[in-house]
Design a protein around this ligand. Sequence first.
Ligand code: PEP
Ligand code: MN
Length: 263
Amino acid sequence: LVSRKKHPENTIVEVKGERIGDGNQYFVMGPCAVESYEQVAAVAEAVKKQGIKLLRGGAYKPRTSPYDFQGLGVEGLKILKRIADEFDLAVISEIVTPADIETALDYIDVIQIGARNMQNFELLKAAGQVNKPVLLKRGLAATIEEFINAAEYIMSQGNGQIILCERGIRTYERATRNTLDISAVPILKKETHLPVFVDVTHSTGRRDLLIPCAKAALAIGADGVMAEVHPDPAVALSDSAQQMDIAQFNEFMEEVRAFQRQF
Ligand code: PEP
Ligand code: MN
């Protein structure tokens, strides 16, 4: 169902008036995790000022260590909903268990399925049974074929509103947190009719590489770029080394948009 051969037209995923996949390039920005209303509001204000509609923030955090901050759960979703209403933004947040898919419908505009859950087939099926866009991230060690099959799981249940997101894969290279597989973008665009985003934060894990990697993503034809922004990354409860502060975010947007105007 996701194959371009069967369905040559681009899928357009509508999120609060944004038409993802329509040839424009979108940005999804926001903190790694929802920590408080004030923290998300500070980022939302900056995102809004940049004319960006899509705000991200994790309420359920799939952390490597069980002793790390696990997210605010449904309280986090409630904060996102309040922010979305107050700032007229669309919010995207990760859901990690099929039981929470229904709950998510009331609070968020896009359900994110994270890298660690790309092959959680029950979660994929549950997300396939609701009428809500899904942003599906590539697994840490997933081949492109496995990634496409994960999208097929969602679509086979009836939900065709899927955005694919390349977020880096695990290789022997340690200079970056993961290895951004930039060629996955044109391959996914060729093999499927779905919009393709690139998460520059989790793929690189390095703040100094966000701008060049975002430029590469846009130049190669990505439909959107995701990156993390926190009002004070030094005290962030997760991913503190890689999130941009507000000033860095504004600089990022300026440079990346200047680059976009060149082509
Ligand atoms: C995230 O985007 O919050 C996240 C945890 O990313 P990933 O699933 O790609 O690691
Ligand atoms: Mn993160």
